[in-house]
Design a protein around this ligand. Structure first.
Ligand code: ADP
Length: 751
């Protein structure tokens, strides 16, 4: 693969812009240079390719510096009618060949990817015609027998079949949730209703996910229009919500929503219905282009970086026979799929909607989408008075471990669904000590109102794991409070505690109740779940801090050593390194050696000598017991010999703060729903099984508690398998222009 500067790849962004496109462009440029190829940016999408001239420019390492945090696309995008015509594509082919480009990374929507595919099919004919016209010679034609393509999907709608997420969708969700949170507070002040229209002509992803994350009352999406008479149902839900104590009502409408007969439903119609039937003061907010704007989320930055890296490797290793691929993310892993198959399936969703085959449209969206639609329906319909308790069971909820943003939305979902299923829900304040002390109260529907957007943990949490001496008191508390089932939402302490209680069941019969753990920790170090609630929020907080730290350093040549949390798990350090553009990441999983540090100092000096002004190293708090953050700073300072200065930033507890990100709210709601179902089922079956739940390969999965022992590294408090460790090499590729100074990847210590 590459190491040949005569191999040149082109990168362009096309169609609608999306946050994260810059991260992808940066990754393509740096990966290509890292791998020894030449890379050209094609400005203004296909228009730049058709126009040629200085719209196709070779780009250097530094040309893509400081763009990671910027929204939109710095290389521009455009709609280009000329590229739809053969003559336009002929000009484009000529312009590419002039620059020696026959490998392309195209970042755009289904239109752009279709254009790329057509171009590729025609390529040899176009080249032959250029020879026939005397515009290029035969030898040049023979050097470019085929066009090789990798496609990345840039689309805030998340409308492409074949990838779980498209570039920009998570950031758009951030913008929507920021707006909904703001609207909720004003709506609540006046007891108003709001109808919010979000983007999505053929895709209800943004509408559905923002409805879950924003705690909305009703949602209208294109793939699954509401049943006939939905207006009555919507009004009844809003009326019941008000009666139960809601001060705000929010309905989310996707721009492509319709009724089941295919008649478009717009926000204004919904407003009219609410005003006429409920007499509510109702306002409409159409979010429009705000959704495309702003800085990309941490997810859009790291995912786009990973995709850009992979796309570059893919086009560089492609042969003229290679089929074009679309590179996406499935279950947090890179996934290659035949480009046009994905485009065609995506188009067939739109066709199915047009044909009113809504079942078919939902099926193409996939199982998780259907599951989330059901989660939303259950959340929206769960009302205190809907299902009168028949055989009330007492379910207690408690937190254990460090604070994780998203704990509140998890409790809210559990309480509301639990009540809807006829249970009595008990909130334990202050973790296991609170249970022992009897700080337990019944939680009603209205008690968790507004908790969707709240950071922190209203029930309180701490890291206490009950000691052997406390087991008796814990058992007594479970008995005296007549607790039938326990949901523990938390981190390592929660998992360890349940594991211990489960082991002691024979000695303490009170522990023989169904219990389940829901992963909630910013560290993301729990078994059975690729993502824990809170980690995404923390990542966003860290990345925002890194942006500010970078800005603060514009005046000097400076090295920052930034310390992140995570205990022994390097997830936050590595992912924030990728998303924040760090040059080096120190993880406990790899350890730090003197030789590493020597190489780092050399790299640092080289990069400052080469004109760089900033070097950012991120160190996990437990990366090494001796090579501490302070030690690294002093070492670098000494070695710099005043050629640059060194500062340390220990980010500390801000990482646990902040309101939960959309992803964390959605994950919390999704997992809590399944936890309550699990406890309900165990109680119905008179089972006392215990489990932990998680997101594994994209699916909510339940693991029997006894499997925990085999899945974790007890001494370093992390799972034995950590999917994200595979991303380590990409940080390095983004930091080093050439292959010569590669760090070797050492074996994981966890093995
Ligand atoms: P998106 O890529 O976001 O779906 P568009 O559908 O507008 O956006 O496509 C962007 C550009 O891609 C178009 O302006 C055009 O230049 C090119 N393109 C789209 N469809 C085709 C096609 N069928 N053939 C050739 N070029 C196309």
């Amino acid at each position: 693969m590459a190491n040949n500067p005569s191999i040149s790849i082109g990168v362009l962004t096309s169609g609608g812009d999306a946050q994260g496109m810059n991260a992808a462009v940066r990754a393509v440029v740096r990966s290509a240079l890292h791998l020894g190829a030449t890379v050209h940016a094609i400005f203004e999408g296909y228009q730049g390719m058709v126009d040629g001239g200085d719209r196709i420019r070779a780009v250097s390492w530094d040309d893509v510096g400081s763009i990671l945090h910027r929204g939109g696309t710095v290389i521009g995008t455009a709609r280009c009618p000329a590229f739809r015509e053969r003559e336009g594509r002929l000009r484009a082919a000529h312009n590419l060949i002039r620059h020696g480009i026959d490998r392309l990374v195209v970042i755009g929507g289904d239109g752009s990817l279709t254009g790329a595919d057509t171009f590729r099919h025609e390529w040899s004919e176009l080249v032959a015609e250029l020879v026939a016209r005397g515009e290029i010679d035969e030898a040049t034609a023979q050097r470019h027998p085929a066009l090789m393509i990798a496609g990345l999907v840039g689309s805030i709608d998340n409308d492409m079949v074949g990838t779980d997420m498209t570039i920009g969708a998570d950031s758009a969700l951030h913008r929507i949730i920021e707006a909904i949170d703001a609207i909720t507070s004003t709506a609540a002040s006046h007891q108003r209703s709001f109808v919010v229209e979000v983007m999505g002509r053929h895709c209800g992803y943004l509408a559905l996910m923002s409805a879950i994350a924003g705690g909305a009352d009703y949602v209208l999406i294109p793939e699954n229009p509401p049943p006939e008479g939905w207006e009555d149902q919507m009004c009844a839900l809003l009326r019941n919500g008000r009666a139960a104590g809601r001060r705000d009502s929010i309905v989310i409408v996707a721009e492509g929503a319709s009724d089941r007969a295919g008649n478009p439903l717009n926000a204004d119609y919904v407003r009219q219905v609410l005003e006429d039937r409920l007499g509510e003061d109702t306002r409409v907010t159409i979010l429009g282009h705000v959704q495309r704007g702003g800085t990309p989320s941490a997810f859009d930055r790291w995912m786009s970086t990973v995709l850009g890296f992979d796309a570059t490797e893919t086009v560089l290793s492609a042969t003229p026979e290679s089929d074009p691929v679309m590179i996406g993310i499935r279950y947090n892993r890179i996934d290659h799929a035949p480009l046009m198959e994905c485009v065609q399936k995506t188009r067939s969703v739109a066709q199915k909607i047009a044909d009113k085959d809504y079942e078919g449209a939902m099926a193409l969206r996939g199982g998780s989408f259907t599951e989330m639609f059901e989660v939303f329906r259950r959340m929206a319909e769960s009302m205190p008075s809907v299902t009168p308790p028949t055989q009330p069971r007492r379910l207690a909820i408690l937190h254990a471990g460090g604070l994780a943003p998203g704990m509140n939305p998890a409790v809210r979902a559990a309480v509301r669904l639990g009540l809807d299923l006829g249970h009595v829900l008990l909130g334990v304040r202050g973790g296991f000590q609170g249970l022992i002390d009897g700080r337990i109260e019944e939680l009603k529907w209205g008690d968790v109102e507004g908790w969707t957007s709240m950071g922190g943990a209203e029930l309180g949490t701490n890291r206490q794991i009950p000691t052997i001496e406390q087991f008796y008191s814990v058992g007594r508390a479970l008995e005296t409070q007549r607790i039938d089932g326990l949901l523990i939402i938390g981190g390592w302490a929660a998992y360890k505690a349940i594991y211990e209680l489960h082991r002691e069941r024979d000695r303490y019969p009170a522990f023989k109740i169904p219990m389940i753990c829901l992963p909630a920790t910013i560290d993301n170090n729990l078994p059975g779940s690729e993502q824990s609630v809170g980690a995404d929020t923390a990542l966003n907080v860290i990345v925002e801090a890194l942006d500010r730290i970078k800005q603060s350093a514009t005046a000097a040549r400076r090295c920052f050593v930034i310390e992140t949390m995570g205990t022994y798990c390097g997830y936050l350090a590595l992912l924030s390194g990728l998303a924040g553009g760090a040059e080096r990441v120190y993880l406990h999983e790899e350890g730090i050696t003197l030789k590493d540090l020597q190489a780092d100092v050399e790299n640092m000096l080289k990069s400052f000598e080469g004109g760089r002004r900033l070097y950012m190293a991120i160190r996990n708090e437990r990366a090494s017991p001796h090579y501490t953050t302070d030690f690294l700073c002093r070492l670098f300072e000494e070695e710099s010999q005043t050629r640059f200065d060194v500062r340390q930033d220990i980010l500390g507890h801000i990482q646990q703060g902040g309101n939960p990100s959309p992803f964390d709210r959605i994950l919390a709601t999704r997992l809590a729903t399944r936890c309550i179902d699990y406890l309900t089922q165990q109680l119905a079956e008179k089972s006392t099984e215990c489990a932990f739940i998680g997101l594994s390969e994209g699916k909510v999965t339940l693991f029997p508690l006894k499997e925990m022992a085999d899945m974790v590294d007890w001494s370093y408090r992390r799972p034995k398998k950590q999917w994200w460790l595979g991303l380590r090499t990409i940080v390095h590729a983004m930091a080093q222009p050439s292959k010569t100074t590669t760090h070797k990847n050492k074996a994981s210590r966890s093995k």
